[in-house]
Write a protein that binds this ligand. Structure first.
Ligand code: NAD
Length: 496
């Protein structure tokens, strides 16, 4: 019998009662390894009731108590990174070092949140008017929820829950049903770190659970990360129900390679950013825009590197790239390559015929050249190990191409010219920009977010904007009579 993956409510694993489950696979072997419970509306309601009771207590925990829990959680996560990485690799397929990398990036968010006493400090204005002082505070919202994608089963929940909990909220996580075990591991670590039961809850599920979260009047805010159509849906339905919503969507990240770029450096960077995690990263580079003469040497340099990447089971330390998440997704990605070829792109390296295991959901690295903007391989988010090269004549043409794209998550420029890089960072209409840095995911003390169809809502995720998202501002204006003029006998001299 395959393993059962349950909910986590009130500090314990709770079996689902809906009678609905979904299969979980090891994408490297194609084996069905577990069944995950899918919550009903009633199960979501029970979980939110527990979180509501916990939130009422947790908001009164002192700032030092909260940061003590966060420090303990940070230590546990650090110590048990290898265990969690193995869980991620077994359900997602990414290589172990990459799984450990996602935990390290998530840990940064926990470390940021340990500073919550400083982060929640307000301002104070003495004597705003005669005898009047004004100050502000930020208070928790109550119960907040996170709905997360399959591609970062630990990091994306940590983007959200560390700050939400530090700010005094209870957090309900609805992880991806494709790799749901990392969420339960995090729940157990939170408990071990001393977090009161009910402050971190996991509801496993699909659209039924998501809709129940979006409609629940007891949930004040929803953070979402996933594909653009679902992000838009979450934003519209959640805000219609009166919630705060930040919904991060899909991406099509371009690298702009100028003629003066260091071709070897650019090729190394583009290869790691296009094919790492089999391209299943929202910050993956999926288009290289080659300006002028750099196209030929760039394509050659990328093509030369691809045969050196070992495609296989991510649990094997010699593997560079693992499988895709499901057989359906693998076939969809291969379909894009086919469509690109049929539309006239040259297939320089063909992952469909690559040297990779036949069992499991594998597709090799693919490089397409002479891609043009009307091809589906260019217009759509592919989310697989496919890099498209678009050739342009000038910097302006490249910039215009990037700015015309519906997605605007991340981008990177490769050049030796500081003036061109400086101009690009201001001119490009994208939320996160790398200068000779292929994956410009902001460190945890900045905030993460794209523009246009890559983000619905007005707040970016984690960092200072995360603290603001998970709290409400309050301003107090106070007047006290001056003892010097008071008629009450205070028992001490009324002089200044
Ligand atoms: P997805 O949109 O299919 O799923 C995300 C979450 O939404 C999951 O928890 C899923 O259960 C839920 N969901 C799916 N369909 C739903 C529906 N019809 N109604 C309600 N809920 C639904 O995304 P995914 O395939 O898990 O993840 C990959 C996508 O996430 C890619 O598009 C990628 O670019 C994006 N992503 C974006 C970022 C970012 O920061 N912008 C980060 C990571 C991933």
């Amino acid at each position: 019998m395959s393993q059962r993956i349950t909910h986590w409510v009130d500090g314990r694993a709770v079996d689902g009662t809906s009678g609905r489950t979904a299969p979980v696979f090891n994408p490297a072997t194609g084996q069905r390894t577990a069944e995950v419970d899918l919550a009903s509306v009633q199960e979501v309601e029970a979980a939110v009731a527990s979180a509501t009771a916990a939130a009422a207590e947790w908001r009164h925990a002192s700032l030092s108590q909260r940061s003590a829990v966060l420090f303990a959680f940070r230590e546990l996560l650090h110590q048990r990174t290898d265990e969690l990485a193995a869980i991620i690799t077994a359900e997602h397929g990414k290589v172990l070092s990459d799984a450990a990398g996602e935990i390290a990036r998530g840990l940064e968010n926990v470390e940021f949140a340990t500073g919550v006493p400083a982060l929640l400090k307000g301002g104070f204005s003495e004597q705003a008017a005669t005898g009047v002082d004004v100050y502000n505070m930020r208070q928790p919202l109550g119960v907040v929820a996170g709905i997360t994608p399959f591609n970062f089963p630990a990091m994306v929940p940590l983007w959200m829950c560390a700050n939400a909990i530090a700010c005094g909220n209870a957090f309900v996580l609805k992880p991806s049903e494709k790799d749901p075990s990392a969420a339960l591991f995090l729940a157990r670590l939170w408990q071990e770190a001393g977090l009161p039961d009910g402050v971190f809850t996991v509801v496993q599920g699909d659209k039924v659970a998501v809709d129940a979260i979006l409609d629940h009047p007891g949930i004040a805010a929803v953070s979402f990360v996933g594909s653009t159509p679902i992000a838009k849906y979450i934003y519209e339905r959640g805000t219609a129900a009166g919630k705060r919503v930040q919904a991060l969507g899909g991406a099509k990240n371009h690298a702009l390679v100028l003629p003066d770029a260091d071709v070897d450096m650019a090729a190394d960077a583009v290869v790691s950013a296009a094919y790492g995690a089999a391209g299943e990263r929202c910050m993956a580079l999926s288009v290289a825009v080659a300006v002028g003469d750099v196209a030929e040497p760039l394509v050659d340099a990328i093509a030369a590197r691809l045969p050196k990447l070992t495609v296989g089971n991510g649990a094997d330390p010699d593997t560079d790239m693992g499988p895709l998440i499901t057989a359906e997704h693998r076939d969809k990605v291969a379909g894009y390559v086919e469509a690109g070829e049929a539309a006239g792109a040259s297939v320089v390296v063909d992952g469909r015929t690559g040297d990779h295991p036949q069992e499991g959901f594998f597709l090799g690295t693919t490089l397409l050249d002479h891609v043009t903007p009307e091809m589906t391989v260019y217009t759509d988010e592919i989310f697989g190990p496919v890099l498209s090269v678009v050739r342009v004549d000038t910097y302006d043409e490249g910039l215009a191409l990037i700015n015309a794209n519906q997605y605007a998550n991340g981008t990177a420029i490769f050049t030796r010219d500081g003036g061109a890089a400086r101009r690009f960072q201001y001119d490009v209409e994208v939320g996160m920009v790398g200068i000779n840095v292929p994956i410009p995911v902001p460190v945890a003390y900045y905030s993460f977010g794209g523009w246009k169809d890559s983000l619905f809502g007005d707040t970016h995720m984690y960092g200072p904007e995360g603290i603001s998202f998970y709290t409400r501002g309050k301003v107090v204006t106070q007047r006290w009579p001056d003892p010097a003029t008071s008629s009450v006998d205070l028992g001490f001299p009324r002089t200044r």
